[in-house]
Ligand binder design. Sequence first.
Ligand code: ZN
Length: 310
Amino acid sequence: MKKRVNRFLEELQERVFVCDGAMGTVLYTKGIFINRCLEELNLSMPSLVKEVHEAYVTAGAEILETNTFGANAFRLAPHGLAEKCREINQAGVRLARQCGGEAALVAGAVGPLGVRLEPLGPCSPESAAEAFREQIQALAEAGVDLIFLETFYDLDEIHQAIAAAKGVCDLPVIAQVTIDDDGNMLSGTSPEKFTEKLTEWGADGIGCNCSVGPKVMLDTIRRMAPLGDRPFSAQPNAGLPVNVGGRNIYPYSPESMASYAQRFIQSGVKLLGGCCGTTPEHIRAIRDAVRAVEAPRLKRTAPRPAHVDS
Ligand SMILES: [Zn+2]
C-alpha cells in the first residue's frame, strides 16, 4: 500500500491524472430523492453507486472518489445514521475499489461537517477534529489510496481536516476549497492566503472544486500558481445550475468543460476532474483533451532505450 502511494505522489509530479465527475447530481438523475442521505446508499443500494463509478471508469477516470462526501457524524446524525459512520465509509471504499480495479486509484472523499466552527457556530475545534478523525480513519483502514478534502469554505475547518488526516494516516492529502465569483473562499479568504496556508499545513496537493464553473477556477488557479509548490487540482462544477421548468440545467457541456483542460494543465494542474453537474460524458471529453495535451509531451520526455555496448 505504502509503495503504491509513494509512486502516486511521484507520478503526480510528472503527469496529469483524470479524476471522476459528480456523484450526487448523477444519483439525482437516477431518481434518488434530494433529501435522502446519499452516503447511506453505499449500504442500501450498492449497485446504484457502483453503476456511477463504473460509468466513470469506462469514461477514463483514473481516480474514483468514494461516495462519502457527507459521511461524518455531524451530517449523518439528522438521518439517525451517526452510529454507522464507519460502516458507510468502509462500504464506500469497497464499492469504488471493486469498480476501479487496476484501472483507477480510490480517493476517500471528505467534505465539511455541515456545522459552523466556533466562534461563528457551535462546533468546537476539538469536536470537529474528532469527527474528521473518525471518518478519515475508517477510509484509511478500508484501503483508500489518498484523501480528497473537498468543497471547504472555511479555512479553520479545512485546517482541522488536514491535521486530522495527517494524524491518523500517512496517505497523500489533496486539500480543495470552493470559491465564489471573485476567487475567494465563501468566508472571504483570498486565493493567495489559502494557497499559503494549505501549503504551510502540509497538504500534498491543493486546489479548488465545485464553485462557479471552470472559468473562474482557471483564473484562480493562475493566481495560486506563483505561490504554491504543490501539484494543483481543479474539479469545477459544470457552472451554476439554471432552473428550467423545475429541472436544474448545468450550462457547461462536456466539450465546453474540456476546452479548459489545456489551460488548466499549463497552469500546473495535475488532478483534473469535475463536480456537480458533470457526468461521465464530461469526464470522457476531459480525458480526450488531457490526452491530446499530454501525449506529445510524454513522448518527448520518454526515457531513451539504454545504451547497449556491443
Ligand atoms: Zn459540487
